[in-house]
Design a protein around this ligand. Structure first.
Ligand code: GCO
Ligand code: MG
Length: 408
């Protein structure tokens, strides 16, 4: 089944998305997500300039061969732009194969291992009252596991907490801003380490012992600071503490592990199984945070999660709004099929995004399901996509009080 066309579509409903649309000689269309937040056009160019010409005429069914060809023939390996571009191709080919088979993708990955996929949502607040309100709102929306992010006294703008509560999206934090330059946020590790445990104490007091709670430290701590935070949070029984240290230093997690039993999740900025070698083999983490979109697609993430399964490490697939509905759906099919599923992040997309990407997944009482439509279950409305041209957008960055740039 020859590939006869491949097109890169950049659209910006609510935010920027890069989609690869592959068409086969018998008219089957597959979609892949190539969205890399704040660097979207680099992936669009990598795909359009260097990958599309290689795809034309290839057999769409040869997913493994195409993956190996794109990974090895570039000579320059790994990195977020390359791995996101490979993911876009891989996911589009899985979509095509599943449509050709007349089955939802999870059937081709071995079939469902569970009836639904447990999802967590993002609650946040500038103070306790606003945070409790946000947790309640998420419970009403159907979430049964909640990530808790909080403002910190003395810090003006902090990751995960919207600076303003705009109507309609009041409870959803959007990680990028449409702006010609990145916004500057501030950071004070001491103030954060003192404040966060008091917030979890309050949340546990209000919502009880049973509610699974998560927290994202977003790469800001040194190993000894992370060890202290993990230990201080032990009384509040977190489902996980995420990105406690910048993960390119895998060895750092040994020290954190020696000091705390708080479960650790890492990996949304990692791109390949190689980035996880020490983390998984030494069981330094409990959850793999990679997305399908940034890790080379379904083929590569499946392999990574199978490796993790040998060490009792589970999945926690990244699901922010900067993964498009196409990449999100691909993650849901994997979640349903693999044995070592842990939890799925679910940050609902905005109304305009849902107009452009027609989706079949369902959510209720804490669980997501990708649906049973053939393929991924996502269709792109190209007319709607065309109404939302690309807009420059950046992730924020951090400075300490003395002006030093810090991890965001
Ligand atoms: C998460 C992430 C996101 C990232 C965003 C960057 O846990 O969902 O940390 O909020 O900041 O995906 O593009
Ligand atoms: Mg995160």
């Amino acid at each position: 089944m020859k590939i006869v066309a491949a097109e890169v579509i950049v659209t910006s409903p609510d935010r920027n998305f890069v989609t690869l649309k592959i068409t086969t000689e018998d008219g089957i269309v597959g979609l892949g997500d190539g969205t890399l937040n704040g660097r979207e056009l680099s992936v669009a160019s990598y795909l359009a300039d260097h990958v599309v010409p290689l795809l034309l005429g290839r057999d769409a069914h040869q997913i493994e061969d195409t993956w190996q060809f794109l990974y090895r023939s570039a000579y320059w390996r790994r990195g977020p732009v390359t791995m996101t571009a490979i993911a876009a191709v891989d996911v589009a080919l899985w979509d095509i194969k599943a449509k050709a088979a007349g089955m939802p993708l999870y059937q081709l990955l071995g079939g469902a291992s569970r009836t639904g996929v447990m999802a967590y949502g993002h609650a946040s607040g500038r103070d306790t009252e606003e945070l409790f309100d946000s947790v309640r709102h998420h419970l009403e929306e159907g979430f049964r596991s909640i990530r808790v992010q909080t403002s910190v006294p003395g810090i003006d703008a902090v990751y995960g907490v919207p600076a303003t509560r705009s109507a309609g999206r009041a409870h959803h934090y959007e990680p990028a801003q449409r702006a010609p330059l990145p916004a500057e946020e501030d950071w004070d590790t001491g103030a954060y380490l003192r404040h966060v445990p008091t917030v979890f104490e309050a949340v546990r007091g209000e919502f009880g012992a049973d509610l699974p709670l998560l927290h994202d430290a977003h790469h800001r701590l040194t190993p000894i600071q992370a060890a202290r935070l993990g230990r201080d949070l032990e009384p509040y029984d977190l489902f996980w503490l995420e990105d406690c240290t910048p993960a390119e230093n895998q060895d750092a997690l040994r020290l954190v592990r020696q000091h705390t039993t708080t479960p650790l999740a890492i990996g949304e900025v990692l791109n390949t199984v190689w980035d996880y070698q020490t983390l998984v083999r030494e069981q330094l983490i409990d959850y793999v945070r990679s997305s399908v979109t940034h890790t080379g697609g379904v083929t590569a993430l499946r392999r990574l999660l199978d490796f993790a399964a040998q060490y009792q490490v589970k999945s926690g697939i990244h699901g922010p709004t900067d993964i498009s509905p196409v990449g999100f759906a691909a993650g849901l099919h994997l979640d349903l099929a693999i044995h070592n599923f842990g939890i799925q992040e679910y940050m609902p997309h905005g109304a305009l995004t849902n107009e452009v990407f027609r989706q079949t997944f369902t959510f209720g009482d804490g669980y997501l399901h990708p649906g049973t439509a053939p393929g991924l279950g996502v269709e792109l409305d190209e007319e709607a996509a065309g109404r939302f041209p690309y807009q420059p957008a950046y992730l924020p960055f951090n400075r300490l009080k003395d002006g030093t740039v810090h991890d965001w």
